[in-house]
Design a protein around this ligand. Structure first.
Ligand code: FES
Ligand code: FES
Length: 203
């Protein structure tokens, strides 16, 4: 092993992973290319579009701005993990019901960002405003759906969760949604054009 490679151990979607990676490998490239978790997409590769969003120790991060070696000893969760657990099944169903996705390139990042906001607000016992939803998702670019439908979907789930919380999560069962439809749709689309389609989510 050369000095440009490191051995790392981390937890990905609840499973322990041990790999040797090049020091310059980003977390999203590691997830996609080494582990085959292609639900996290690569768009701008400079922290702007949000397509690569994953959770690192419970907090959403840009997978393109974090090196895999920095995640040694950490807990990483991807769209595949939260889909399989059923944690976001209601959000996924709302995105479909409200037509909040078309190509799906941005959708994994949108879902993880939305879940972060809704989970925090559930703990506080209230519902975020549409302006708060827009602000929280303002770092996630969507080029083809339009943000109105995305905000509609997130808002509807926020209200539904508050009105009928379940003992554990309030989400539908994992078996009720085909996760690959949202997790990995269109993984090879080109990067979003700079600034395109952003106006509706500007804070
Ligand atoms: Fe990471 Fe765009 S690919 S923010
Ligand atoms: Fe958002 Fe296509 S659905 S970029």
């Amino acid at each position: 092993m050369t000095e440009n490679f490191r051995s790392i151990a981390l937890t990905v979607n609840g499973e322990e992973v041990r790999e040797t990676v090049e020091a310059r490998t980003s977390l999203v490239d590691f997830l996609r290319e080494r582990l085959g978790l292609t639900g996290s997409h690569v768009g701008c590769e400079q922290g702007v579009c949000g397509a690569c969003t994953v959770r690192l120790n419970g907090v959403t991060v840009r997978g393109c701005l974090v090196l895999a070696v920095q995640c040694a000893g950490s807990r990483v969760e991807t769209i595949e993990g939260v889909s399989d657990s059923g944690e976001i099944a209601d959000l996924q169903e709302a995105f479909v019901r409200r037509n909040a996705l078309q190509c799906g390139f941005c959708t994994p990042g949108m879902l993880l960002g939305a879940q972060e906001l809704l989970a925090a607000r559930e703990r506080g016992g209230d519902v975020p405003s549409r302006e708060e939803i827009r602000a929280h998702l303002s770092g996630n670019y969507c080029r083809c759906t339009g943000y109105q439908a995305i905000v509609d979907a997130v808002e509807s789930v926020a209200r539904a969760r508050l009105s009928s919380p379940s003992p554990s999560s309030g989400r539908a069962g994992v078996g009720s949604f085909p996760r690959q439809e949202l997790a990995a749709r269109a993984p090879t689309l080109p990067s979003p054009a700079s600034g395109g389609g952003k106006e509706e989510c500007s804070p």
